[in-house]
Design a protein around this ligand. Sequence first.
Ligand SMILES: Nc1ncnc2c1ncn2[C@@H]1O[C@H](COP(=O)(O)OP(=O)(O)O)[C@@H](O)[C@H]1O
Ligand SMILES: [Mg+2]
Length: 297
Amino acid sequence: MSNTATTTADTTATTAGETDEQLKAEWREYAFEGEPKLAVEDLNVHYGDDHALDNVSLDIPKESVTALIGPSGCGKSTFLRCLNRMNDRVSSARIDGSVRLDGEEIYQDGVDLVELRKRVGMVFQSPNPFPKSIRENIAYGPKKHGDIQTGVLARLLGRADSDELDALVEQCLRDAALYDEVKDRLDDNALGLSGGQQQRLCLARCLSVGPEVILMDEPASALDPIATSKIEDLIADLAEEYTVVIVTHNMQQAARISDQTAVFLTGGKLVEYGDTDQVFENPQSTRVEEYITGKFG
Ligand SMILES: Nc1ncnc2c1ncn2[C@@H]1O[C@H](COP(=O)(O)OP(=O)(O)O)[C@@H](O)[C@H]1O
Ligand SMILES: [Mg+2]
């Protein structure tokens, strides 16, 4: 049975010379065991008339690192921001489709966005600590959410004394591999830290509210190589406990740190998704191969 989409695609290549022939559904099918942590189905995002994400479907396994790669403007950040409804804040954005977190639709009425963003935290491209002390940067979220008062974190940490907050600050800084560098200056302003330290502080701040998923949008692109490698090491450790989804324009980085890789190309299309080794060593799509080998993009 032929359908209209196929017929049209055979005759109408896009400006990038891409046809549906080069976007086979099986290149995007990625089989893994267990239920997906995030299940994205038929996701479309428009900014006014600009179609930034074109019918993207993708299942993300839990406790692993998923890398999103592709040329600038192909919709990676847009996709990432859909996963915790950050695009809701963009007034020109129109979002259609489905995103389920542990099977539960996040695009439905009545979803508590504060709670959602606590479960699905985000670390941005440029480190953005609050102009407050290191300690306050980490204590901010748990205090705001009332976790300190209700003792949720105390229970998590297995203690309920007044050292609760200090223990939390220390734990988050340790998990972000920053504690040893800052333990003697927790009350200093966070803006006095180096870029790499600030980014790890932002990660510690993200961890402080107990997320399940961590979204990272080019978290190392503003950092020097040493700071970058610290962040990369951290990401591998985080994947033991968290579901990490990372956008990177650095293909070597994606190859080094991720378990699976999704390649987006011009027009907001997901072209290929699979095990990172397979995508880099044996891509199914010619355009992905060209992108990866640097012939395009
Ligand atoms: N807030 C916004 N308002 C309008 N257009 C946007 C906005 N954010 C992104 N876009 C457009 O959507 C497309 C995808 O952008 P983006 O998701 O930032 O891509 P990437 O992260 O892959 O570089 C681009 O054409 C970009 O100009
Ligand atoms: Mg981006």
